[in-house]
Write a protein that binds this ligand. Sequence first.
Ligand SMILES: O=C(NC/C=C/[C@H]1O[C@@H](n2cnc(C(F)(F)F)c2)[C@H](O)[C@@H]1O)c1cc([N+](=O)[O-])cc(O)c1O
Ligand SMILES: [Mg+2]
Length: 214
Amino acid sequence: MDQSKEQRILNSVSYNAVKGDPESVLDCIDNYCSQKEWAMNVGDEKGVILDKVVEEADPTIALEFGTYVGYSAIRIARLLKPNARLLTIEFNPEFASIAREIIEIAGLSEKITIIEGHSQDIIPQLREKYQVDKVDFVFLDHWKERYCPDTILLEECGYLKKGSILLADNIVYPGAPDFVKYIRSHKSFDCTNYPSHLEYMKVEDAMEKAVYMG
Ligand SMILES: O=C(NC/C=C/[C@H]1O[C@@H](n2cnc(C(F)(F)F)c2)[C@H](O)[C@@H]1O)c1cc([N+](=O)[O-])cc(O)c1O
Ligand SMILES: [Mg+2]
């Protein structure tokens, strides 16, 4: 059976990246996806915005929706302080297993936990199953129609504290209009928009940061 695009990305990382070097894994994925096959990684332009917001948040507990092949999980985890950790939720088992291998090559398996399943099932379990009390940073990059319900669920479950920072990818393309409408009109969120471009393309895109004010 033909290999998937995600498997070909893993092959390229496995062959070209320096083991234990997150930067070389990120560069390898960016080179492959800009020169060979486009893929929906946050990429190197929006990735710099992600880096800056992660550094601002300096999270002890970070949460990501949409692991895919692990590019943004590596981007986030490489900036975390020693005892901090990233939980990343992935629905597709094939993507989860490819991400696990790419994260291992980057040497970040100790800092990243991949949780397989549906976000609406996993969010209520984070406290009991994963010892999460509050989340300091959340990166939303999964199905765009899930951004809003999952943000509401995080708030309802009490995982957000004063100063928790949410960052959402693809505000312009493919877009998350219900999320933008909700978050910008919600009195407890202080929002900032970061115009950018779709990964590896000249198409307009943007990221939205939302700081929870308690
Ligand atoms: O569709 C896009 N992203 C959807 C991303 C989807 C990814 O998130 C996972 N997921 C689904 N539910 C969960 C959770 F966590 F809920 F369980 C995790 C899916 O299995 C997939 O790996 C996208 C599309 C474009 N584009 O240009 O078309 C560009 C982008 O940057 C994009 O992110
Ligand atoms: Mg995205």
